[in-house]
Design a protein around this ligand. Sequence first.
Ligand code: ARG
Length: 461
Amino acid sequence: NEGALWGARFASGPSPELAELSRSTHFDWDLALYDLAGSHAHAKALAAAGYLTADEEAAMHAGLDALARRVQDGSLRARPADEDVHGALEQALIAEVGPELGGKLRAGRSRNDQIATLVRMYLLDHARTIAREILRVVDALVAQAEAHPDAIMPGRTHLQHAQPVLLAHHLQAHAWPLVRDLERFRDWSVRASVSPYGGGALAGSTLGLDPQLVAGELGLARPAENSLDGTAARDVVAEFAFVAAMIGVDLSRLAEEIIIWNTREFGFVTLDDAYSTGSSIMPQKKNPDIAELARGKSGRLIGNLSGLMATLKGLPLAYNRDLQEDKEPVFDSVRTLELVLPAFAGMIATLRFHTERMAELAPQGFSLATDVAEWLVKRGVPFRDAHEISGALVKVCEQRGIELHEIDDATLTQISPHLDPAVREVLSVAGSVASRDGAGGTAPVRVAEQRSELVARAQAA
Ligand code: ARG
């Protein structure tokens, strides 16, 4: 078992099947630069505690720097005999600085505390990248809202016409969950910014190394409070996977609407050619594949979260090899979002809205019936009666196949003496929207205020 991190007490090396099963370098090599950063910090702690002379420490840092350059230019890669990124890099270090010095770095640390630290560093970095991409989607939604300040669309509940709303209000309603996802990452990063390094395999170290020094060197806020928890906990990884899945679900709900809006029947939007795809057989097709892939990949993000939770369930303390299974799902969630978000932002930014089509549909389906009821309330009619009167009006219009504003004066008073022709003042979608000026409502003034608040929250996150 030449070059492995263990083996002295074994009579033979691992069987080829075990080596094959055990190997993780095909995914944990993504952590190589974090592993080297951990080694730099650990070398400082060893030197501070008197286990490396100043010359040895300098040679160690130089050797680790050389490895980092080779990882970056691709000339250093894991070999088939390497079990994991930690073993591969120790071998490379020994080749670089010699066995005497290279063999000193492993004192006081274990792959268990290393991996728990590295995965946090990786996720903290990628949370920042993903947050930047989410901001681009939010910006695209805000820009579209700004470009269409007065456009009115049918607002729906149960996918049925409900009440007219501003397109800007609707677009901003999709931006808020994404802003909360940014805030989720910010809250999560406080819990994630912890260094288990120095916890050793599970019980801590006898060598008097300074865990605060290591945490500081790695840009983490503080060392783990408990060495068992530090090496065994993966709630921080699971929470990241949850935020990733939530982002996926938030995008998917918007994607679903874009797919519906893009149908011939709705005709609310046209996708830019650069952000839609064709069909191999039907020459006329222009498909919303970005929205569909976003919707589809949200299933994968949810799967990564549930798979990880299933792995963690029932694991006794402290480290178990099962924990190696945390990385592939969460790395996949990172890659998935880093792929989907830029395409999604481009699709939103280039979407063309057909506001005349939305305006045409907005008053249909008796969407102003609530306005009639509330107009009656303002004239002193109890809402219970107002609801009945407005409902009776809808019934008559439905029977005659007309919209509310097409009703004649005589029929109005016949339905109820409260319904005099003045009610027509609320039978316009623009009037309806403008009058919903309570907090968080769809009136243009409220929507513009809300947009400033949205932008401020997005920037603060
Ligand atoms: N590759 C492992 C992981 O990803 C870390 C190595 C710990 N191995 C061990 N035998 N304790 O979790």
